[in-house]
Design a protein. Sequence first.
Lengths: 556, 160
Amino acid sequence: MYQYDSHDQRIVDERARQFRGQVERRLEGSVLENEFKPLRLQNGLYMQLHAYMMRVAIPYGLLSSGQLRKLADIARRYDRGYGHFTTRQNLQYNWPALEDVPKILEELASVQMHAIQTSGNCIRNTTSDHFAGIAPDEVADPRPYAEIIRQWSTFHPEFAYLPRKFKIAVGGSEDDRAAVYFHDIGVFLVRSERGELGFRIVAGGGLGRTPLVAQVVRDFLPEPELLAYLESIMRVYNRFGRRDNKYKARIKILVEALGIEEFRRLVEEEWHKEREQGALLLPAEEVARVAACFEPPPYRQLPPAGAQLEAFRLDRDRGFGHWVKNNVHPHKRPGYAAVTIALKEKGTPPGDVSDYQMERVADLADEFSFGELRATHLQNLVLADVEVSRLRELYEKLSALGLDAANAGKVTDLIACPGLDFCNLANARSIPVALDIMERFEDLDYQSDLGELSIKISGCINACGHHHIGHLGVLGIDKQGVEHYQLMLGGSSGQGASPSLGKIIGPAFDRDAIVPAIETVLQTYLALRSSEDERFIDCYRRVSAQPFKEALYGTH
Amino acid sequence: MELIENGRVVEDRFTQLQDAQPIAERGDILVSFERLQGQHEALLEREGRLGVRIGPDVEPEELLPYLSQLSVIAIEFASFADGRGYSTARLLRQRHGYRGQLRAVGNVLRDQLFYMKRCGFDAFELQAGRSLDDALEAFSEFSVIYQGAADEPLPLFRRR
C-alpha cells in the first residue's frame, strides 16, 4: 500500500497541530461556531443527535493491520469501544469529545492516517473497488490513481469552499463494484483501441433528493491528463454550480441544467486552457513512484484451486459451505482467493465492529493476507490475498470472533445509514429495520435460495443508505409523526447489473408492515423467476413492477 | 483601516469610494466594477493609483481590458463559504498574468488565509473585529503543499 514519505507525513502532522489551534480558539471563543463548523467538518467532525461524530478517512478503503489496531485503540481510549464502517469506506466514531479530537488526529497521523476532508463542501475521500489489484476482470489497478487523486485533492486551495460536497470514485473494471456511476465524478480505467491506458470520465451522478446516474463527459482521456481534466471539471463546478439552494448545489444539478453537451464544452474549453500551462501533466515517473507501492505481495507459486473451492462449497459443514460460496471471491493468482468478512452479524448494526474484533481481524490480516485489508462500500471488510488451502482455518478463527456471517451478497448483507438512532437529519430509524430483516431471513438455505440481493436502507431522503440503488430500497419517512417506510424496487449500483435507480412500488408501510412487505416481494420473486439462476434484479427487469404491486396491495 | 499586505500589517493607502461619492483629483482609490466600466477614461486621467472591487460573479475575462491599468483588484467574499473568489484569483494570476495586488475583502477570516494566499491573494482585509497580528500565523501552518497554484506553480510531484 502507499507509504508516506517525509512530505506526506509532515502534512498530516501539521494538520493535527493546526486543528489543535482551531479547537483552542473555538473553546476560548475567538472563533464563532458558524466559522468553526466548516473547519471541523473538513476534519470529519459532525455534530450529531447526542454527540460529535468523527469520520476517519480510509483512502480507497485500504488499511494495514497496524492502522486497524490503531483504530481499535482509539475506539477503546476515546470512544465507546467500537467503530462503524461507512458506505464510503471510512470509519466513524460516534462519541468522541471535542477536546480529544486533536489528540486523536495525532494518533492517526502516527500511522499515516487522517480525517482530512471527510466532510464539508470539499473533495471527499476518494473511493475505489475493494477488489482493486486482485480482481481477475480488472483493466489495471485503480489504487495508484486513487492515491494520486487523494494527494491532488488534499488541501486543494481552490476547491475547499465548493457549492456542496464532492465525491470521486475510481473503478478498474467493467463490473462496477464501487458505485462509480453514482459519484460527482467517476473515473473508469479503460484501454484505447491502440491499447493505451487511460480513463473514461463520467460526472453528475449521485443519490440524495435528486438521484441521477452519471453521464459520460469523455470516453477516453490519456493517462497524463487525469489531474488537468479533474481540475477543469472542478473549476467549472466551483464557478458555475448553484450556491443559492443547498439542495440544488451538487454538480449533478449543474450537469442537468446545462445539459451534458454544454457541460462537456465548458469542461473541455477549460481543459485546453489548463493544458497550455502544462504543470498538471502527470509524469510517468510519478505514476511509477506511486504504483510501486501497490506491487503485488510476495505470493507463493500455487496450483489452481478450483476443485478445492468446489469441494468446500459442498462441505458437510453447511456454515463453511455457504461461507465459501458467498464470501470467497476469485483472485488473479492461482491458489488465492479474496474473503469478505461480513460485518452483518444478527443483532449488530451493519458496519459496526468492536475494538476487540478490530484487533483480532488485524491479527488475521497478518496471518492470512500479508497484513492488509480493505473496507468496502457495502460496510464489510475484505482480506484480499488468502490461500485457498487455508480457508477453513480462517473460517474457524472468524467463527470464534462472531465474524463468520456467510451472507456476502445475500439478502441479509444489507446496508443501512445510522438513522434516527444517531442522526439529526433522519426521519425514521434504519438500524432496527435492518436488524429485523437480518433476523427474519436468518436461515442460510433460504438466503441461498433467494440468491444475489442487495437491500439498502436510508432513514431520510439524503440517502446515506443508498436506498435508490438497492435491488430493494427502503426509505424511512415521517407520516404525521409516525415512522413509515417506502419500498423501492429495481435499483442497482452497477455491480453485476447495469446501474439503475429503483422506483417506489406504492404507498409506504408502517414499522410493523415493512419487513413482511419485503418478504412478500421476495416470495413473489421466487414464484416468478424463470429458473433458479434468474436473479431478483433480472427477474424484476423482465416482469417489471406490476406483479409485485399486486402481491403487495391487491389487484384493485 | 489596516490590512495584511505581503505578510505584514499595514495602513491601507487606498480610499474605497461608494458610487455616489465624487472622485478626487488625486490619491489612490478603489471603485466598483460598474463605475470602472462607466467612467473608465475619467478614472485614468487623474493622478493616483486605481483599484476595482468586484463581486464573485464577475468573470475574470471581463477584467481583461483594464488589467494593465489596475493596481488593486479586490475580490469580495460575501460569505466565507462562497469559494468562487478562489478560482477568480487563480485565473487572474496564473492564466491572465495579473501582477498587481489581489485583495480579499468581506467575510475574510484567519482560517481561509492560507488557501487564499495559495490562490494568488497578497492582501487581506479581515472581517471587522479580528486580530490581524494573530491571523499572520495562518500563513505558516503548512510547510508542504501537494498542488501547484499561484504561489508555487509546480505540484509536489514535480518537486519531490
